[in-house]
Design a protein around this ligand. Structure first.
Ligand code: NOJ
Ligand code: CA
Length: 568
């Protein structure tokens, strides 16, 4: 080996080592060299949402489970995943598929046992993957013993753990509506009072103004942190508090998704007290070694509101979800530019978290796809997700290009939203269909005769096995992008400058010291010629067409093409 190649390999080893340490979610990171601050693992992590019911069924009952997830860890490792966020796995009547929890410190037998969970954490950790849980603390199930006790009598010691109020004029206490339609109040005959539920009737809201509730939630966090989870995704954080005056909300023009009058949400959403709760929860995770992390589910419409969730002293959420990019729902260059620039410039330097897909919204494949160029457009979404500074969050099947497949018959609907909203609103089953592993029966998801949701029809071609074998597949595009991100500091932690040279092309430069990367995405169905900025030398590193050419100064982008290159 000559001197030059020796130093090259040395550098490569150092980079790989550094990235390996970044990807170690906790504890071991303390051994990182000084130049790799252990606190930042979650800045560089690729996070992947697993919807346990639909990921892999190991016991053949048609429902995904923990042992199934453990069996697929090598797939996730090879994809480049560092952290798995598990949607709820706790005992639950499953009215809202786990978002109605009846015991916070156990595992739903449908998904396995505590030993299965501990084994998953252990096996994931061996691969440098951290497990993150879903913290659903705005509400419990109506079957939770806390609520059972609370509803038993007005004098119950847990009465004030939930939000109870007398009715008004023979009806509910006020005009507030549940996010899932209808009044947000349910009359409980036993005591003649109403309880508040921001979501389904079976999901009574906890009363965060009661310190005992806060302590109970903190104990839940500790229970799982002691088991080695690397953090929590906090469900519906903006809903923790309500205006105690219970005044009627103002009616706004127009109707909501359920055809009911729209209401001003300021009395039920994002009250200032939310920050007190987040600071309390943050203190708990900070009391553990290894920089455990809190992610927040928060659909907010301005960077200023999002910024507030990091906390005035950076003492609230480390990663509130930035939904302002992923849910634009159309390929608009100015809107993408704005969301990317806002995340870079308006969050006080805090780490953004981008997400395009989850178990609640139609898949980005359909929200952005035009019905003709969906695959090329999905490559754009992947490229954007993985080439900004934001921590990327993927949802199972996104990397395959799984489409949204809503039920076609009302009797097949599982999500209650789809049953009440049928046929206008078919609910969320369409984005929850089982993961497509191969082209055998049930796409390799399950050996059951019937799975809880049917596998989507296109699984013969859209599946992990076929896509791994096809170098041009979306899955291999994701794998290449993740590998590129992890090997390039300009991508995982560089500055961002949006370039505006062509109204059809989203273009930005990422830079860190002398390393620069340019990302070009053609948002149009016509070829575009993009003149690169003067004064630099360019080399293509990854392009969505088979040829990665481009030492030339003008890049020819095919319809919906992506070009990523280094600039020196
Ligand atoms: C957000 C979750 O992602 C969704 O699935 C659930 O229905 C609501 N929160 C209520 O928990
Ligand atoms: Ca609440």
């Amino acid at each position: 080996m000559n001197r030059q190649s020796f130093f090259k390999s040395l550098c490569l080893c150092a980079t790989v080592l550094a990235m390996g340490l970044y990807s170690l979610p906790y504890a071991q990171a303390a051994a990182a060299p000084v130049s790799v601050p252990p606190a930042v693992w979650w800045r560089h992590a690729v996070i992947y949402e697993v919807y346990p019911r639909s990921f892999q069924d190991a016991n053949g009952d048609g429902i995904g489970d923990l042992r199934g997830i453990t069996a697929r860890l090598d797939y996730l490792k090879a994809l480049g995943v560092d952290t798995i966020w598990l949607s709820p796995i706790f005992p639950s009547p499953q009215v809202d598929f786990g978002y109605d929890i009846s015991n916070y410190t156990a595992i739903d037998p449908q998904y396995g046992t505590m030993a299965d969970f501990e084994n998953l954490v252990r096996k994931a950790r061996k691969r440098g993957i951290g497990i993150m849980l879903d913290g659903v603390f705005n509400h419990t199930s109506d079957q939770h013993p806390w609520f059972q006790d609370s509803r038993s009598a007005k004098t119950s010691p847990k009465r004030d753990w939930y939000i109870w109020a007398d009715g008004r004029d023979g009806g509910p206490p006020n005009n507030w509506r549940s996010g899932f339609g209808g009044s947000a109040w349910q009359l409980d005959l036993k005591t003649g009072q109403y309880y508040y539920h921001a979501f389904y009737v079976q999901q009574p809201d906890l009363n965060w103004r009661n310190p005992q509730v806060v302590h109970a939630v903190e104990d839940v966090l500790r229970f799982w942190l002691d088991k080695g989870v690397v953090g929590f995704r906090l469900d519906a954080v903006l809903k923790y508090y309500e205006d105690p005056t219970l005044k009627d909300a103002k009616t706004l023009p127009g109707v909501n998704a359920f055809g009911q009058p729209r209401l001003d949400q300021s009395q039920m959403t994002n009250l200032p007290e939310v920050h007190d709760a987040l600071r309390d929860l943050r203190k708990v995770v900070d009391s553990y070694p290894g920089h455990r992390v809190l992610i927040g589910e928060d659909y907010l419409d301005t960077p200023e509101k999002l910024r507030a969730l990091y906390g005035a002293k950076n003492d609230e959420l480390q990663l509130p979800m930035d939904m302002q990019l992923g849910f634009i729902n159309s390929l608009s260059v100015p809107k993408f530019e704005r969301a990317i620039a806002d995340a870079a410039d308006k969050l006080d330097g805090n780490q953004p978290l981008f997400v395009f897909d989850n178990h609640d919204k139609p898949r980005s494949w359909d929200r952005y796809g035009d019905g003709v160029h969906n695959l090329a457009i999905a490559r754009i979404i992947a490229a954007v997700l993985l080439t900004t500074r934001a921590t990327p969050l993927l949802y199972e099947g996104q990397e395959l290009g799984m489409p949204t497949t809503p039920p076609t018959r009302r009797e097949d609907v599982q999500d209650p939203l789809g049953r009440t909203g049928w046929p206008q609103n078919k609910g969320r089953d369409g984005e929850r269909t089982p993961m497509q592993w191969n082209n055998s029966a049930n796409a390799g998801f399950s050996t059951a005769r019937k799975t809880w949701l049917s596998v989507a029809p296109g699984f013969q071609t859209v599946n992990v096995k076929s896509e791994l074998a096809d170098p041009d597949s979306l899955l291999n595009w994701y794998r290449r992008l993740i590998a590129l991100r992890k090997s390039n500091p300009a991508l995982y932690e560089g500055d961002t400058r949006v370039l505006h040279n062509n109204e059809n092309v989203l273009a930005y430069m990422r830079s860190r010291a002398n390393a620069r990367v340019i990302v070009l995405c053609n948002f149009s169905a016509l070829p575009q010629a993009y003149p690169l900025p003067d004064g630099l030398v360019y080399r293509c590193t990854l392009a969505s067409t088979s040829t990665c050419s481009g030492s030339s100064r003008v890049i020819d982008l095919p319809p919906f093409g992506v070009w990523i290159g280094e600039a020196r």
